[in-house]
Write a protein that binds this ligand. Structure first.
Ligand code: PEP
Ligand code: CO
Length: 475
């Protein structure tokens, strides 16, 4: 097993000492540059303009009142009264806009949320990485590959919103038409999710819909086995529990607490659906409830921070291990100058070997300066490794270690861990190593389906929810 794939890039937020003061508009990011934003360009500007104009006249994917409802739930989580569970694919693909993967993703997120509701004794807000998670930042703008018998360099694959995965010059050319297709597939995904939640999906509470067979793994320590069995027995009371919390049934609760999110990488897409709405101030990015800014695109003087500082949506920002406390405060003040509750989520993605050193100074500084943020943990993106065979994977143990150390750091700092952010799928994939279901390095090729980062499979995700509930001390 080789070392972590985490790059040694400098912390992106150190590029300018100034906070922004200029006027914001949905297009005020135009002309700004950042390394990630320059990675791909649209050759046909007229086609780009046509696609954006079309997107701008299509109906919104989400509404401002849903966005405001999520904001108030994030504000509750900031006060330690609610927990946010965010998860889904690293990259959705247009081809995966099919009923089974969508239903299975919903199922695993809902089941994990029930485990957490029970374990944390708190309401849980579910946020999918879906209905628009089609654009991916890459560490390099081009990549070598085989084409017509020779090795050539072509643009990297940036996700189905931008170009196509096949290694041909035509497929890899950024295509503005994909912006419209991405929107359409996001709309179809969301339509199916809303329908599923409208009827019948509450069946998930029935024990026969849970696959807990990983409990029976012979290698599971007796202590852990007992812990899982105890938790699963009491989970049967989950519905009654939610009723105690005032959330009635799953059917009633979905309307207020199931939300969409994606990385706001392609600003043409985001801008085209950003508008004012009647009887509310400001602009809403109506492609999603919760956009987030990736670790590679959060330069203070870059286009992504410029764009997202102006929208009324809650915004997430990834925070890596090189982040300096001063720079973090500048980032916070740029994205949330009014210190509005529910507005800003810091998604720490440090890595198991780094979190214990890197996170506490940030927690302490934000706490000392009394900024209102929601701290979440993404224990996936700092824990990428490559096998000797060159396969990208992550170890379940590293993910768990980062989570546990994050929980500890918050306990010590007296701050609140208000949510978690996972890459997962409801399918039986073999992309991450470990967990009680026992995926080994040799299993990785059996069902490795991610076009991007490795995801936790159904059993690994459910197990992690049990372990998280335990680690947070209330499970
Ligand atoms: C991601 O969430 O898929 C991602 C690329 O994360 P990060 O920006 O933290 O590397
Ligand atoms: Co990823």
């Amino acid at each position: 097993m080789r070392n972590a794939t985490e790059t040694d890039q400098p912390d992106p937020s150190t590029t300018t000492p100034e906070n922004r003061t200029g006027a914001w508009a949905p297009d005020s990011w135009h002309g700004m540059t950042s390394p990630a934003a320059e990675q791909y360009t649209y050759a046909d500007r007229a086609a780009l303009a046509r696609a954006c104009a079309r997107l701008a006249e299509l109906p919104p994917l989400v509404t401002s009142w849903e966005i405001e409802a999520l904001k108030s739930q994030i504000a509750q989580a900031q006060q330690g009264k609610r927990f946010i569970l965010q998860g889904g694919d690293c990259a959705e693909t247009l081809a995966d806009c099919r009923p089974e993967p969508i239903a299975n993703k919903l199922k695993i997120l809902l089941q994990m949320s029930l485990v957490l509701i029970h374990g944390l004794r708190q309401p849980v807000t579910r946020v999918g990485r879906f209905a628009g998670q089609y654009a991916k930042p890459r560490s390099s703008s081009t990549e070598p590959g085989e084409h017509n018998g020779s090795t050539i360099d072509l643009p990297s694959y940036f996700g189905d919103l931008i170009n196509r995965a096949a290694f041909t010059p035509e497929s890899r050319a950024p295509d503005p038409e994909l912006l419209v297709q991405g929107y359409q597939h996001a709309a179809m995904t969301l339509n199916f999710i809303r329908s599923l939640l409208d009827g019948g999906f509450a069946d998930l509470q029935h024990p026969e819909n849970w696959d807990l067979s990983f409990f029976h793994n012979a290698d599971l320590s007796p202590k852990r086995k007992a812990q899982y069995e105890r938790m699963s027995r009491t989970l049967a009371d989950g519905l009654a529990f939610m009723q105690n919390l005032g959330e009635q049934t799953l059917e009633d609760s979905h309307r207020v607490d199931f939300y969409t999110s994606h990385e706001g990488l392609n600003l043409y897409y985001e801008e085209s659906q950003t508008r004012t709405v009647p009887r509310r101030d400001g602009h809403y990015d109506l492609t999603t409830h919760l956009p987030w800014i990736g670790e590679r695109t959060r330069q203070l003087d870059g286009p992504h921070i410029e764009f997202f500082r102006g929208v009324r949506n809650p915004v997430g920002v990834k925070v890596g291990p090189k982040t300096q406390p001063d720079d973090l405060i500048r980032l916070i003040d740029t994205l949330n100058p009014a210190d509005e509750p529910g507005k800003l989520i810091l998604i720490a993605r440090m890595g198991a070997g780094k979190v214990a050193d890197a996170l506490p100074p940030l927690l302490e500084r934000v706490q000392r300066e009394q900024r209102t943020v929601l701290w979440m943990s993404d224990p996936m993106h700092g824990n990428g490794i490559k096998t000797d065979a060159g396969i990208k994977t992550r170890s379940f143990d590293d993910i768990l270690i980062e989570l546990e150390q994050t929980v500890d750091a918050h306990k010590r700092a007296g701050t609140t861990l208000g949510g978690v952010h996972f890459e997962l799928t409801g399918e039986d994939v073999t992309e991450c190593i470990g967990g009680a279901a026992g995926v080994g390095e040799h299993d990785l090729t059996r069902n490795y389906a991610s076009p991007c980062d490795p995801r936790l499979n159904y059993q690994q995700s459910l197990e992690l929810a049990f372990l998280l509930a335990g680690a947070m001390g209330r499970g």
